[in-house]
Design a binder for this molecule. Sequence first.
Ligand code: GLP
Length: 257
Amino acid sequence: MRNTPSTVHGPCRMKVKVWGNHEAMSVAAAGCIAREVLRCPRLLVCLATGSTPARTYELLGCRARQSPALFNHVRVLKLDEWAGLPMSDRGSSEAYLQQRVIRPWGVSQSSLVGFVSDAKQSKLECQRIQKWLARNGPIDLCVLGLGSNGHLGFNEPASTLCPVAHRALLAQQTRAHPMLSHTTVKPRYGLTLGMAEILQATQILLLVSGAHKRRALKRLLREEISTQFPASLLCLHPRTTLLCDREAAMQAPAQMT
Ligand code: GLP
């Protein structure tokens, strides 16, 4: 196992760090988030859900137990949400963040901002988030996961992408996400921040882990920018760090593994 990552700078501006396994990657990600919070206690952090960042969030929960005031002033913005799923459903992004971030980090409920999954009018709900972000943004640190089809949040591969918060038709693959494994009715739509709102973040941390992400990571590292692979737009961002584990980086260019 590797204790220090291999670091590569490609022609695109993304910094790539390959860690020996998911645990090492999560320790590094948690360290990076904690450093930013110490530097800026009122940090606006946008958080993805899913299995990739779960351990990172758990490690930060441990830090909060040691320093209970650490996250007192942090503001958390939900990256995306399954449209139509009740907020209380255990598969919702809301439930995920409440359980893994808000309670263990000791963030106050009023400091969590995000889409209401079962809002009656999703268009108005997205406009509410657009306006909130325009007033309170930009995001200081955006923590992202990589969809195996290259999506970020619910910005799915398409010939055009919506720049701001919107309701998105989910790809078939996305509807099969393990967060929804218990539900009989799979949401057809997601509510998500748009690519411009993500790219306006001061700093982005992209986490990629596991053998099932190899193909997506390989494509990302090809550095061809296309709306058919939304994560490739991160190559245009000046401060994106990609943290991945060796499992995911297996098919990446040789110097990275
Ligand atoms: C879901 C979430 C994304 C997440 C992605 C990857 O679609 N909406 O925010 O980043 O899947 O999830 P995982 O980390 O479980 O692979």
